[in-house]
Design a protein around this ligand. Structure first.
Ligand code: HPA
Length: 272
């Protein structure tokens, strides 16, 4: 894999010249508008990047956007890979490896998630402070390459403590409801049953979603600090569970998206 990372990184560097991104941003489902705030320097379609996996429809239109966000050089991934699409964990996390090799110093991640916690409501933001993986696989399974990171990475603080504080503070200043939350990751693609939502709450989850954890594990493996935020799109309250559709999830995500965009925009500007 090291060789593939080098090959892809060399290809991209050739395209972007001396533009070195400081930060990477992964945009979640229905949360791509942050890209409109980026003054774009270069864009590369995933389909044209060697070794990027592109077998699904969403990913065919995916692209890497290099540019300036609120005065800082960023690379944003518009269109992310999910386990339920059939990719393996190494494929899902390959772009994160490449962004690190391109020079990013911090990773920002967004996603849509369902609430497990009655204090966290639809349309709120949840700043992820910890996670529980219920995924059936791990991106670090297999031989470990020490050039990338250790065999047994520490995960005692998988989300950067300072950035969590800063994110909560920015939200407060703008009157945005943002909670500190434990994210449970499920493989999907189905939403949860009532018994599963009850179980996820009982084991300590606040929100649940189908992404983020593979990328966060790999970022931790490479000692890359992470900030992650969920836009809460539905309420998985087992006591009175209502049916939800993807259309509804996407609608709520787009309504709440500007709050998330604002927080990420201000947060990148604050970084050293
Ligand atoms: N469950 C799992 N994934 C999700 C949900 C949910 O309720 N909402 C958005 N993504």
């Amino acid at each position: 894999m090291y060789h593939l990372i080098e090959e892809t990184t060399a290809f991209i560097k050739h395209r972007i010249g001396d533009f070195t991104p400081e930060f990477g941003i992964i945009l979640g489902t229905g949360l791509g508008k942050l890209a409109d705030e980026v003054t774009i320097a270069y864009q590369l379609m995933y389909a044209n990047i060697p070794n990027f996996p592109i077998s699904t429809v969403e990913f065919h239109t995916g692209k890497l956007i290099f540019g300036v966000l609120n005065g800082r050089r960023v690379v944003a991934m518009q269109g992310r890979l999910h386990y339920y699409e059939g990719y393996n964990m190494q494929q899902i996390t390959f772009p994160v490896r490449v962004l690190k090799a391109l020079g990013i110093q911090k990773l920002f991640v967004s996603n849509a998630a369902g609430s497990l916690n009655p204090n966290i409501r639809k349309g709120d933001l949840a700043i992820i402070d910890d996670h529980i993986s219920l995924l059936p696989d791990n991106p670090l399974r297999g031989a470990n390459d020490h050039r990338l990171g250790p065999r047994f990475p520490d995960m005692s603080r998988p989300y950067d403590v300072t950035m969590i504080q800063e994110g909560l503070e920015i939200a407060k200043q703008h009157g945005i409801t943002a909670h500190r939350a434990v994210y449970v990751s499920t493989p999907g693609p189905n939403l949860e049953t009532r018994a599963e939502y009850r179980y996820m709450r009982a084991i300590g989850g606040d929100v649940v979603g189908m992404s983020t954890v593979p990328e966060v594990i790999v970022a931790n493996h490479m000692a890359l600090p992470v900030f992650a935020v969920s836009v809460v799109t539905d309420e998985g309250f087992h006591e009175d569970l209502q049916p939800v559709s993807l259309a509804e999830i996407v609608k709520v995500a787009s309504t709440a998206e500007p709050k998330m965009t604002l927080i990420l925009k201000e947060l990148v500007a604050l970084q050293q």
